[in-house]
Design a protein around this ligand. Structure first.
Ligand SMILES: [Fe+2]
Length: 345
């Protein structure tokens, strides 16, 4: 049988930060962080911030989502945003936002400079809040060549939905030679299998919500989450699945020859690919390479999940790609910032 392996044990991906007298990571610790990031595509850094520092990040997030005039991000499910299940918004380049972003960058300077030069663009600084009843994203990759950072400004439990990653699926020169030269084939098969489970999970969940009212769901939202024809790559939806309006998973993903390939390779996939779901404590920072397979799970708790996020380019980026692939605040677009700017402010 085909199974979807999910591990909640994140020890292999964690590095305990060691700071020097200036509050920067020691060279030895930075090297260990880079080793984990290079091997698995992501790394978890518990206690990188004090409670006070995380609180200042949490205040930024709460202030932002309390502002009715806030800008809205288009890098999350638009259906979830429409029905107040998620609130992803780009943060303006205010002194407080830049100061918190700068604090994180300075502490991680030894690591960030390994991947991103000082002149590389800060692509977005944003909040990522999810509420009970949100949908589970499809497993996907973000645009190539970016280093992303999630800062847990509050405790995140498994039920609240810490990000899931598929270790070792990031892209680099020769990565396709892994798995006996079939890395591309196997990762695509695993992504298809995972997304079948994600679609099934979301449909079951929406039906359960409609039946039990836990949490409550309106007729309009129920309709939108199953039948809406609106393009929404992040919202697993039955209509988009059958009408092929989703780039990640649709009816063609389950053509007989693809299912046969999945079945024939089930043993290898089950033994070599799995999802890791994180549950970062307050003060933790997660770094991940944008091109690895990952997803934002649904929030199954009554408590909102708060993240502060930042993405920094590892290479030059065409302006149109920047605007389309990320959600920079208009103030960041008007006055772009580089990693060097954040390290020196
Ligand atoms: Fe993503």
């Amino acid at each position: 049988m085909l199974n979807l392996n999910i591990s909640y044990d994140t020890k292999a991906y964690e590095v305990q930060p060691e700071l020097n007298g200036q509050g920067l990571l020691t060279a030895k610790c930075a090297q260990q962080i880079c080793r984990v990031l290079d091997e698995h595509g992501f790394v978890i850094l518990p206690n990188l911030q004090t409670d006070e520092e995380a609180n200042s990040g949490l205040k930024l997030v709460k202030d932002a989502i309390a502002d009715p005039a806030r800008e809205r991000g288009d890098f999350a499910s638009q259906t979830d945003i429409l029905h107040q299940r998620r609130d992803f918004c780009p943060l303006p380049s205010t002194p407080d936002v830049l100061s918190y972003a700068s604090l994180l960058c300075k502490r991680l300077e030894n690591v960030l400079l390994e991947y991103c030069g000082r002149t590389r663009k800060v692509l977005e600084i944003s909040t990522m809040t999810s509420y009970q009843g949100s949908s589970h994203q499809y497993i996907h990759r973000d645009p190539d060549g970016v280093l992303c950072m999630f800062s847990a400004v509050d405790d995140v439990s498994i039920e609240q939905g810490g990000t899931v990653f598929v270790p070792g699926t990031h892209k680099y020169s020769g990565a396709e030679l892994k798995h006996e030269g079939k890395a591309g084939v196997f990762t695509t098969l695993f992504q298809t299998l995972s997304n079948f489970y994600v679609l099934r999970h979301n449909l079951k969940k929406v039906l359960h919500m409609r039946k039990t009212g836990e949490p409550e769901i309106s007729k309009q939202e129920f309709h939108d989450r199953i039948f809406s024809k609106r393009y929404d790559n992040h919202q697993p939806n039955l209509a988009n699945f059958f009408m092929r309006r989703n780039d990640l998973f649709d009816i063609f993903s389950l053509l007989p020859h693809k299912l046969l390939k999945l079945f024939m390779n089930r043993k290898y996939i089950n033994e070599n690919f799995f999802l890791v779901q994180t549950a970062p404590k307050k003060g933790t920072v997660i770094l991940y390479r944008s091109d690895m397979l990952h997803a934002g799970p649904d929030n199954q708790s009554t408590k909102p999940r708060f993240f502060f996020g930042m993405s920094i380019a590892r290479d030059v980026i065409f302006d149109e790609e920047w605007r389309n692939g990320y959600a920079p605040h208009t103030s960041l677009l008007a006055e772009p910032k580089s990693l060097g700017d954040l390290l020196s402010c």
